[in-house]
Each structure stands twice: as structure tokens, then as C-alpha cells.
Design a protein around this ligand. Sequence first.
Ligand SMILES: [Fe+2]
Length: 213
Amino acid sequence: MDIVQQAEARAAPAGKPQLRGIHHLALVTDDMRKTLDFYVRILGMPLVHGLITPGKPGERTRSDGAGSHGRGVPPFAATPHFFIDMGGDSLLAFFEYPKGKVGPCDRDTIGATQHISFVCGPKRYREILERLKANGVEITAGPLITIPPAIHSFYFFDPNQTRLEVVSDLGGDEEDLQVIRSTTMNEPAMRSELKRISDDPVWIDEMIQHMPR
Ligand SMILES: [Fe+2]
């Protein structure tokens, strides 16, 4: 490989995403039924796929990476694993760990999922808010403007205490959501935000090159 080829192999092409987005987000629950009720019946995510991972119930799996799926597999064998359609051709997935075997997570730690934000059009934004309230789900913040002038959000928790957000551009279309276009700031605004976290002008220029084209 020459120097140009090496540089090309290290750096991704600028300004255009190389991945399409989420295939599945995999979260942990200790109550699959309650979790599916919440996401399928209240938030309206169709049920797509389900399986039980290999092994015998109660058995511990090997966490040393020796198994076919390598490091980071669930620590328990025979774990129920279900997939639901969260829209945008993407899936939300859950593993059901045995009750009492693991504690709750602290979402405010490094690498934790701080919250998950779902997007929809303005009409469904209002409908989902009403349906959550009708099912006794507490809205813990909002509805409020999160990105002026028209991007609104409200926040709540799922049965596993994962913090969720629903966001909508209330000035936008019901189906053509334009998430990136409605959120992308202009170059000077991005430059001044980057300056607040770094005083390296070369790095800032490089980051600006990677804004959407
Ligand atoms: Fe958010």
C-alpha cells in the first residue's frame, strides 16, 4: 500500500454516511411481556422476530469470548430475545435476563445509553403523547422546544427505566421527516460550538469538512 492508499484506508469519505443507520438496538429487560406490551401496544411498534438463545435455562454462558458470538454475549444461556419494528426500517431488540440476577443500570455512566429518542410527524407526536397519558405513563418533561424554532420533544421512561424521548419537527411533514436537514446547523455555528471543546484549528477544519454535503 502506498501513502495515499494508507490514508484512504484510515479515513472515511467526508460528508456522506457510510452506514444506513440502526439495524437493531439491543437492550436488557427482566420482564419481556411488560416490555413488549409497552412498546407494541402503546408506542405502536410491530412485533417482528423472537428467539431463545442456545443453552439450558439457568446456565451461565462463557464471557471470555470463546463462544460463536465472542465477547459481550448475555451472561445467561436460554435468554429470550425479541425484535420489534421501531420504524425507519430499524429494529429495537430486548434480551430478558432472569429476575434478580442483575441490578438496574446507571444511565449516567460512560458508555451508557443516556436516552433513546424516537422521531415521528407532528400528528403522531400528539397522538402518542395522548396515548401514553391514557395508559398512565408519566411524561417526565415537555412537550418543549428542544431545537428552535419548531423541533419539540417530550420525555418518559419505559418499564425498564430506560429514558425515552419522542421528537417531532412540528413545522415539518407527517411522513417526510428530514431529520438530518432539520437538525444540521450552518458552518459558522458549528465552528463556534467546536471551538468551545477544542483549541486545535486543524482538527476543527477537518470536522467542518465532515459536515453533510
Ligand atoms: Fe435527546
